[in-house]
Design a protein around this ligand. Structure first.
Ligand code: ATP
Length: 363
């Protein structure tokens, strides 16, 4: 018997994070009668503004609330002028990934009819891929551990890339299972491993572990690609890919690139998933250049909320939530296809509230 009530830890954060989060909460609220499920959403402090006011960016009480909730909804965090003493930005999203061991960064993108992307080819309408980024090690292992040795002309800086068998195997398994799920839904079910195995020992090791895991998923076809060639091919023929899996830093870069393929950061949702917890957030940042103007595109946040419903549906076998996820996607898709709204990123004039209104009417 599925639950009738789900607890959601809500971390709006900074800048447009707060604006798109309000949009998502309105949409979730309006889904309650349709799904017959209650979403108990409680906001918790974290982010750069909270750091300015209280001296900490991710309070332990907020982390505890995340651990106790069914799922975590996250806006965006960080402000360019707010820095720690060592000059680095406040990035609690990285701290949460490590604290809750959210090792699989899931970054899906697809084209929406009615929203023209930057690619001229008519095949751009077929873009529908998911990038899975390892999120707990790789080059980001170096965060806070980098060192500079020597002085003057002899000075050299070092950041270490860490690739473990366990960390690589679990994210590869996650990507294989995702490809399998997509295959069951009529998609290709093909997994592309992205690495730089021709140069780095760490990446050759990553590829070896990928191949070990591939033997456990004989129903999934695979290929290898070097990250530089992949950067090219994701522009030349992104419609040729289904699921990609890659190291943390490569995934960081490629996920922004694929967001551009469908028109911008406002269209790219994401999830950070571990064995025990899952967090859902738009792939974009706090966008200080447009914050406070009511013009942020909330689509990425709304699609992230749909991913959350899908994840809970799968975890609890609750099909009403999967229906809710499809309803959000369809309402957004219809609003764009009919031309009722067009985000400013696409040369339109629809603000955040216009898009939310259109989605709620569609629901
Ligand atoms: P981070 O380092 O936190 O990822 P960033 O500064 O690299 O952040 P964003 O904050 O995502 O990048 O902003 C990049 C550009 O995309 C900015 O010009 C911003 O206005 C635009 N942008 C980001 N999100 C949206 C959105 N939801 N709607 C409209 N424009 C957006």
């Amino acid at each position: 018997m599925p639950k009738t009530s789900y607890s959601i830890a809500v971390l709006p954060g900074d800048g447009i994070g707060r604006e798109v989060m309000d949009a998502a909460l309105q949409v979730l609220r309006s889904l309650e009668s349709r799904t017959g499920r209650r979403f108990v959403t409680v906001k918790h402090p974290a982010g750069a503004q909270h750091y300015v006011e209280c001296g900490e960016s991710l309070p332990e009480s907020t982390l505890d609330a995340c651990r106790q909730a069914d799922a975590i909804l996250f806006g965006a965090m960080g402000l360019p002028d707010v820095r720690k003493d060592d000059g680095t930005e406040i990035i609690p999203q990285l701290d949460i990934r490590f604290a809750l061991d959210l090792y699989a960064g899931v970054r899906p993108i697809r084209s929406f009819p009615g929203l023209p992307g930057p690619l001229a080819s008519p095949r751009a309408a077929d873009i529908d891929l998911v990038l899975v980024r390892e999120s707990t090690e790789g080059l980001f292992f170096a965060r806070g551990r980098g060192r500079i040795e020597g002085e003057g002309d002899a000075a050299a800086a070092y950041d270490t890339m860490k690739i473990t068998r366990k960390g690589t195997a679990r994210v590869c398994d996650f990507a294989f299972k995702l490809a399998r799920q997509r295959k069951a839904r009529g998609k290709r079910g093909h997994l592309t491993n992205v690495d730089k195995a021709n140069v780095f020992a760490s990446m050759a090791f990553w590829r070896q572990v990928f191949e070990e895991r591939a033997a456990h998923f004989p129903d999934i076809s695979t290929e290898h690609a070097y990250v530089d060639a992949m950067a090219l091919n994701l522009v030349m023929k992104p419609w040729a890919y289904d699921v990609l899996v890659t190291e943390n830093m490569f995934g960081d870069i490629l996920s922004d690139q694929i967001a551009a393929l469908v028109g911008g950061m406002g269209m790219a949702p994401s999830a950070d998933i571990g064995d025990d917890y899952a967090l859902f957030q738009p792939a974009h940042g706090t966008a200080p250049d447009i914050a406070g103007q009511g013009i942020a595109n909330p689509s990425a946040m709304l699609l992230s909320a749909a991913m959350m419903l899908d994840w809970l549906a799968e975890r609890d076998g609750d099909t009403a939530l999967a229906d809710g996820a499809r309803a959000i996607e369809n309402a957004l898709g219809s609003a764009f296809a009919s031309g009722v709204v067009r985000p400013r990123e696409f040369g339109g004039s629809s603000g955040t509230a216009d898009i939310v209104r259109a989605v709620i009417e569609g629901l």
